[in-house]
Design a protein around this ligand. Structure first.
Ligand code: 1CP
Length: 381
């Protein structure tokens, strides 16, 4: 176990009792916390304005700009958390991989990783050799952001090894990630080496964010829904566990209850930095995704939250799962849907309201602000 520095927002107490952190640890605050995946970005005019003339990955590696973009949706919507503005391919770029993010498309790689020789070429860079200096722009952006956020927690994130491999092997976005899934079976050894490397790169990226001050860590396995449970457990879960092991050891103490009457003060309690694990179309994988070392499981909009909670044994906090398509529906339709999500979320020990996937770029941001107000005002019957 490694204790966070005393000035870290969790260790100093600034965010330790926030609604978000409490919910991720299984407590149920009176007000349900809410944030949105992809809350920073193209739905906000202030984001589009700031990004003019700057390429996506350059924006991610400019600490002042990344910090400002992270703060924009927190100021505007009053959400319960910031999510660090970056991308899952940033650590690959920092490791020297030739990648760019093309507008309207996503990450594109100069050299796809298709064969065992390609895997050898990629993994020749030892993730352990990437020192603090490599992650300095990330740590600096996190520090600038938490200085502005006060008691509001910042969430750090990274891509899970499978989702990174889905891009690396395909060379860019793909529908069924078929080449990646072929490599998994055609050359399981090369696949395992690729996954272990991706796990250590993502793990180092996530750890750098948490050490610099994020109060939670989310692993995005966005494309794991293209896998069978068998393939997930056999060929992917060990690498996801390895990625999370890079942050699983990070702890902080919360003071015990003060002395009362003849009772002495309680001992301080040691807690781990909360970890969230999310994927799209992963209804069949929820339990396996929890088992790799997550505290909270993110659920997409394809299965109801009470069913997700049942599959998790009713003991795991859940995050989700408003259908992003509803954001553009009439308010009454959206409100009915969100109320249903909140009610079903009561089946779990705790619930953080979010979307089932990211905010669509054409979303009217005033709808998101109104949604936050509604969630904060909602109380169970
Ligand atoms: O031109 C632009 O403005 C770039 C669009 C954009 C943005 C705003 C991309 C390209 N990435 C991001 C930021 C980003 N990426 C965040 C920011 C924080 C927030 O949520 O507000 C996060 C968490 C990510 C993570 C990410 N990148 C994921 C996992 C989350 C998810 O949405 O499933 C994935 C799959 C990516 C790859 C990626 N990067 C960008 C795009 C358009 C894509 C998806 C491409 C595809 O469909 O395959």
């Amino acid at each position: 176990m490694t204790a966070l520095a005393s000035a870290h927002p969790l260790a100093s107490g600034r965010t330790a009792s926030s609604r978000l952190v409490r919910a991720y640890q299984g407590d149920r605050p009176e007000t349900t916390p809410v944030w949105f995946m992809r809350q920073a970005g193209r739905s906000l005019p202030e984001y589009r304005e700031l990004r003019v003339g700057t390429r996506m990955l350059d924006a991610c590696l400019d600490p002042a700009m990344a910090s400002e973009i992270t703060l924009q949706p927190v100021r505007r919507h009053g959400v319960d958390a910031g999510i660090f503005f970056s991308d899952i391919v940033v650590p690959l770029k920092l490791a020297g991989v030739e990648v760019e993010i093309q507008p309207g498309k996503g990450p594109v790689f100069a050299q796809p990783v298709r064969t065992a020789a390609d895997v050898d070429r990629l993994t020749a860079v030892d993730p352990a050799s990437l020192g603090d200096d490599v992650f300095a722009p990330i740590a600096e952006a996190v520090r600038l952001t938490i200085a502005e956020l006060g008691d509001t927690p910042l969430i750090g994130f990274a891509g899970a090894p499978f989702t990174l491999a889905a891009y690396l092997v395909e060379g860019g976005p793909s529908k069924d990630h078929i080449r990646a899934r072929t490599l998994m079976h055609a050359d399981p050894d090369a696949w395992a080496r690729l996954m272990a490397w991706a796990a250590d790169i993502s793990g180092a990226f996530l750890r750098a964010q948490v050490l610099a001050g994020t109060s939670a860590a989310q692993l995005f396995d966005s494309w794991a829904g293209s896998l069978s449970l068998h393939d997930y457990v056999q060929h992917v879960a060990p690498a996801s566990a390895r990625a999370l092991s890079h942050v699983r050891d990070l702890t902080y103490d919360v003071p015990g209850a003060p002395a009362a009457g003849d009772e002495p003060p309680a001992e301080p309690e040691t807690r781990n930095v909360p970890i969230v694990h999310f994927g799209v179309g992963t209804g069949e994988l929820l339990k396996a995704m929890h088992d790799v070392g997550a505290d909270t499981v993110g659920v997409d909009y394809r299965i109801p939250l009470d069913e997700a909670s049942r599959r998790l044994g009713h003991v795991v906090p859940v995050q989700g799962n408003v259908d992003p398509a509803m954001l553009d529906a009439p308010w009454e339709v959206l409100q009915t849907h969100v109320t249903d999500v909140l009610e079903r979320g009561r089946d779990a020990p705790a619930h953080v309201l979010n979307l089932g996937h990211g905010v669509p770029p054409e979303t009217d941001p005033t709808v998101l602000t109104r949604l936050v107000e509604y969630v904060h005002g909602w109380r169970p019957e």
